[in-house]
Write a protein that binds this ligand. Structure first.
Ligand SMILES: Nc1ncnc2c1ncn2[C@@H]1O[C@H](COP(=O)(O)OP(=O)(O)O)[C@@H](O)[C@H]1O
Ligand SMILES: Cc1ncc(C[n+]2csc(CCOP(=O)(O)OP(=O)(O)O)c2C)c(N)n1
Ligand SMILES: [Mg+2]
Ligand SMILES: [Mg+2]
Ligand SMILES: [Mg+2]
Length: 330
């Protein structure tokens, strides 16, 4: 792109980001920092995730969807802590391919999900990079004082319950990369959509606050994230892969595989799910699942926590050996 056509830092902020600003806190995106008053009776909940082209999204993913994914992966962490979202700080490192039309698409996606999830832009940073497009958000939310569950509060005997379905994001990445996987075009499109646009489970925030001893969202993989709850709580997690909730598309794929246990392990370690994993007292299983259902999101019992350490995956009561627990960055 010739230099003359390259959008400038301050034109980008003024034209594209100022309309997204949450005032008066953002101070017109003209100040050194945003300023928020304290909210008595609440804890401030802060989380940050970054997405990088080629690592978290594909180079041909439309940038409005990339923007929405950036907000959603962060909103998912707020949901896991039972928080209500408020606003966010945004960092954009634009790669050489990002002209006005790419930046406009990105801002359009932000505007759409700001409306949908009730958040606004508080500030951020805009730079250019010779490397891949890199976008980061810091989400800010609130929860009633002392109510946000940690990963460390699970007790021996707790049950592990996960929302929605597991494995669609991982299969969706393969579909988005044009792998056929023995699935129909409609099945692959549904999975690719799930990869590009995760659903943060904010509807479950209240149930998580009320019932969960411990919780986390599933971003790296069900096994990896269950392992983080068990490690933080000083326990051992057992995951029943045959109880994992699957979409219709993932079921079709799984039962076409020669080794369904290995295939289920693949889904449980793929990541990109953005579901909520909660550790609950057995007596709270029914009320939690009913609260989830009333909020419009199914929840399924997938395992339990016991004395010990580590994480074990089982298929029909047999231990399944895993080559990895989930996604890790180098
Ligand atoms: N660069 C960093 N500086 C400080 N804390 C970090 C950094 N990267 C990760 N963390 C912290 O490590 C913990 C685990 O991070 P992460 O695995 O990314 O969580 P999640 O999977 O929920 O997004 C979080 O408390 C996070 O804030
Ligand atoms: C192009 C592409 N390749 C691979 C993946 C798979 N992947 C990349 S990062 C990741 C885990 C989630 O990202 P991370 O940065 O670890 O988020 P966090 O766990 O901190 O929320 C997964 C499953 C992907 N989403 N997109
Ligand atoms: Mg993170
Ligand atoms: Mg995260
Ligand atoms: Mg998380």
């Amino acid at each position: 792109m010739p230099d003359a056509e390259r959008p400038g830092e301050f034109e980008t902020i003024e034209r594209l980001f100022r309309p997204l600003a949450l005032e008066p806190y953002a101070r017109g995106l003209l100040d050194d920092a945003a300023v928020l008053p304290a909210r008595p009776g609440h804890d401030l909940i802060l989380t940050k995730d970054t997405v990088v082209e080629g690592v978290h999204f594909l180079g041909d993913d439309p940038l409005d969807l990339v923007a929405r994914k950036l907000l959603r992966v962060n909103l998912s962490d707020l949901a896991a802590k039972g928080a209500q979202p408020f606003g966010y700080l945004l960092s954009c490192a634009w790669s050489p391919r990002c002209g006005w039309s790419e930046r406009e698409a990105f801002a359009r996606g932000l505007a759409e999900d700001q409306r949908r999830f009730g958040v606004g832009l508080l500030g951020g940073d805009t730079v250019s990079t010779p490397g891949p497009l890199t976008l980061s958000a810091t989400l800010i939310g609130y929860a009633p004082e002392g109510s946000a569950p940690s990963r460390a509060g699970a007790r021996a005997g707790d049950l592990l319950v996960v929302s929605g379905t597991i494995g669609d994001g991982g299969l969706g990445l393969r579909a988005a990369r044009s792998e056929e996987m023995g699935l129909s075009r409609a099945e692959r499109d549904a999975l690719a959509h799930r990869y590009r646009l995760p659903q943060p489970r904010l509807e479950l925030a209240e149930a998580v606050r009320v019932f969960a001893h411990a919780s986390a969202d599933v971003s790296d993989g069900l096994v990896a994230d269950a392992g983080r709850i068990s490690a933080a709580s000083g326990l051992r997690a057992v995951i029943d892969l045959d109880a994992m909730p699957l979409s219709a598309q993932a079921r079709v794929w799984l039962y076409a595989q020669a080794d369904p246990a290995g295939a289920a392990a693949t889904l449980a370690t793929a990541g990109d799910d953005y579901e909520i994993l909660a550790a609950l007292a057995p007596a709270d299983l029914k009320p939690y699942c009913e609260a989830c259902k009333a909020a419009g999101v199914p929840a399924a019992l997938v395992g339990r926590l016991e004395a010990g350490e580590g994480v074990e995956a089982r298929w029909r009561d047999q231990s399944v050996s895993l080559s990895r627990r989930g996604w890790t960055h180098g």
